[in-house]
Design a protein around this ligand. Structure first.
Ligand SMILES: Cc1cc2nc3c(=O)[nH]c(=O)nc-3n(C[C@H](O)[C@H](O)[C@H](O)COP(=O)(O)OP(=O)(O)OC[C@H]3O[C@@H](n4cnc5c(N)ncnc54)[C@H](O)[C@@H]3O)c2cc1C
Length: 388
């Protein structure tokens, strides 16, 4: 058994989870991967991929049974995210965004909110997570979107930028500041915005380097009204919610990056074993073997670390911020390194769209930027060693 097959077999999935993962692999191979290049070219939203994912009922795996789902382990979720992202990074990110957006509702919502809102997602609805604003990126506490209570409603004014699936989502987990709290961090609050809320509009969608088929939208709120019943937690509890949800979404971003890294590694080694120069396969040159050895070793270590993080989450551990940051940081840097080397090993052909590695390199880049840039993660990790 090769190193990666053995690692693939490692997560302690139940027979039911293994069976689902096999179905996801088949879907990725037979339907999603063959469509990826065209979606990248046209930058159209991949609705038929979303329908195919929903035909397998994949959203249900992170929604508890009481709300229309059939919840499986976090390890199973990560394995599926990796497979979908290897086939089409844009599609993988659309599916994972549903999880990132709705997990806080599952963890912190009231019984009434969960009964009312979650069945829509379990049945295949799309979610979005809206934090970033034009003047508040890495420092989310600088957000200016305002939530003003008004009887049974909350009135929202402001805007968000770079929101994945923001224009197509059924439910948006939206962060803003409670108007009655005068504290930059303590005012941050969260609510669920339902599609079609009056006063909510889409400003534009971005034309991107990679993940071109995923939708990235700028949103505006102009006296937008949502029922107060959609407030998640109490006013001012948003930051706590935000940090807890990032701990679950960052390992998912790592799995997504490792999907891209695996696809690039596979394409690179296959090409190096067929392309000949100076009468030898390019995989036979020792310098190239050293490069493969370093990347394969780092890939195996990263996969192993992510399994460890998944174990912690499945065991109910919540103090996992550093482990999650380390997974996100290393997996995304590795996806960029491997995809760049994969282009290099394809020579001039790697620079052309006929080969998938060209797309993988563009898709890899954002994984170092979103869910906290890697500079921010280095800061979080480094700062944890400063003794107080
Ligand atoms: C395709 C795409 C999808 C996205 N999806 C979502 C989404 O669904 N929801 C959402 O809320 N946001 C989303 N984002 C936003 C993303 O999370 C932000 O772009 C990211 O957090 C960085 O913020 P910024 O772009 O404002 O960069 P800035 O924060 O302005 O950073 C610019 C540069 O300065 C560096 N920098 C900033 N602060 C520090 C510091 N303290 N120390 C050292 N360096 C620093 C950064 O690392 C970066 O290199 C998405 C972005 C893109 C491009």
């Amino acid at each position: 058994m090769n190193v990666f097959e053995r690692l693939d077999a490692l997560p302690p999935l139940s027979p039911e989870e293994r069976q689902l993962l096999d179905s996801v692999k088949a879907l990725a191979r037979d339907e999603i991967m063959p469509r990826a290049a065209e979606y990248d070219r046209t930058a159209e939203f991949p609705w038929d991929n979303v329908r195919a994912i929903n035909a397998l009922g994949l959203n249900a795996m992170f929604v508890p049974e009481a709300y229309g789902g059939a919840e499986l382990s976090y390890a199973a979720y990560l394995a599926c995210a990796r497979e979908l992202s290897a086939a089409c990074a844009a599609t993988g990110s659309i599916w994972a965004t549903n999880f990132h957006a709705l997990k806080p509702l599952i963890d912190f919502g009231t019984e009434e909110q969960k009964q009312r809102l979650l069945p829509r997602i379990a049945a295949g609805g799309l979610g979005a997570l809206a934090i970033t604003e034009p003047t508040a990126g890495s420092d989310a506490t600088g957000m200016r979107t305002r939530f003003r209570p008004d009887g049974d409603s909350i009135v929202i004014d402001g805007g968000k930028t770079f929101i994945s699936s923001g224009d197509v989502a059924d439910l948006i987990l939206l962060f803003g500041k409670w108007s009655e709290i005068d504290d930059a961090r303590g005012a941050i609050s969260a609510l669920i915005l339902e599609k079609g809320a009056p006063g909510f509009s889409i400003v534009r969608t971005e034309d991107k380097m990679g993940h071109r088929a995923s939708s990235t939208a700028a949103l505006a709120f102009d006296g937008c009204r949502v029922p107060r019943a959609n407030l998640l937690g109490a006013p001012g509890e948003g930051l706590k919610l935000l940090l807890a949800s990032l701990n679950k979404s960052r390992p998912s971003v790592a799995a997504h990056a490792l999907g891209i890294a695996n696809a690039a590694f596979k394409d690179m080694t296959a090409y190096m074993n067929t392309r000949q120069q100076s009468g030898r396969k390019i995989a036979e040159f020792q310098g190239n073997q050293f490069m493969l050895a370093d990347l394969a070793t780092d890939l195996a270590m990263c996969e192993g670390w992510l399994d460890h993080v998944a174990d912690l989450i499945d065991d109910g551990e919540t103090d996992i911020g550093l482990q999650a940051s380390m997974a996100k940081l290393r997996a995304s840097d590795l996806a960029m390194r491997i995809s760049t080397e994969a282009v290099q090993m394809h020579g001039g052909y790697g620079y052309c769209r006929d080969f998938r590695v060209e797309r993988l390199m563009r898709d890899a880049k954002i994984t170092q930027i979103w869910e906290g840039t890697n500079q921010v993660h280095r800061q979080l990790i480094g700062r944890s060693f400063v003794e107080k």
